[in-house]
Write a new protein. Sequence first.
Length: 364
Amino acid sequence: MTSDPLVVFDRVGKRFGDFIAVEPMHLEIHKGEFLAIMGSSGCGKTTTLRMLAGLEAPTEGEIRLAGKRINDLPTWSRDTPMVWQSLALFPFLTVRENVEFSLKMRGVGKDERRQRAEKWLERMQITEFADRNVAHLSGGQRQRVALARSLVTEPEILLLDEPLSALDAHLKVRMQAVLSNLQRELGITFVYVTHSQSEAFSMADRVVIMSRGRIEQVGAPQEIYRSPRTRFVAEFLGSSNVFAGRVTEAAGRGILIETPSGAFAVPAGAAGLALRPGNEATFVVSDDRMQLSGARPEGGNALEATVLAEEFIGATAVVHLEGPGGEELRAQKSHDELARLTLSPGDKVWMSWGPEAGHVLPGR
């Protein structure tokens, strides 16, 4: 990945009548990066992708690809192939014919088409299915055909719109590895739209989180996970405990925030340096930094909470709790830790965390 932007959205916005689908945004996508765009339904992520593909025209602003304005370029002139959620394979063609299709449309000769298609059939490990109708393939095999068809033209950028949503869980994990390895090997830019946090955070170099047509945050997965910029991002990710209150002390690089569940110390950080006693403030603590114990720990931040339920997620589990102020809280623990605690719904347990685990959100 280089620092040079391949794509620039320069105050690009999109309206459908009076409805604002995408507010004017500025976004740069770098050469060779894997960028994921995520958010809930209706947030504008697919509209953003469709504007880049040429399937929707921006209402305002300018989209530049490799330094050239492409607002008025038709889809077929942009070289921005897309892998669709439905895959959009031609059911009346064989696997090889599907892969060759875009080359045929570009006037590439039969022998060269065959040679380039064979290369991608082999690369995607589907050579043995070359003469088979795509309707007779599994979901994972069809996914590989769709990727081969999009990449056979060797584009600078590939757009992917929820391409794994129709696959079952174990196939999704396998295809995530295929996509990640493919993008690294080819060095081309992937722009990937998804609802799935696990997909975005496991594959992408950077993640864009959108809400109601607005970009809420752009950053590396770990940065967004540990330091969400807004309350929406913290709550959307679902892995943070959110505490809102009022600053009672602000000294040096630490502040004390009074919340309905108690007063807690947090580092001021960049967002908290401007806070003064009396200011409203919100801070978050990720669930994997929460400790659980039967007795109140000494020092640090602590509150007594009520166990609501346990949710098992692979090698770990999430304990859902309710704080004394009615907050919905959570702690991520290993199965061994939970076995030692022997928690049941309705039990009281102490939650604790170090001051350094808190992250103050900018604004309120």
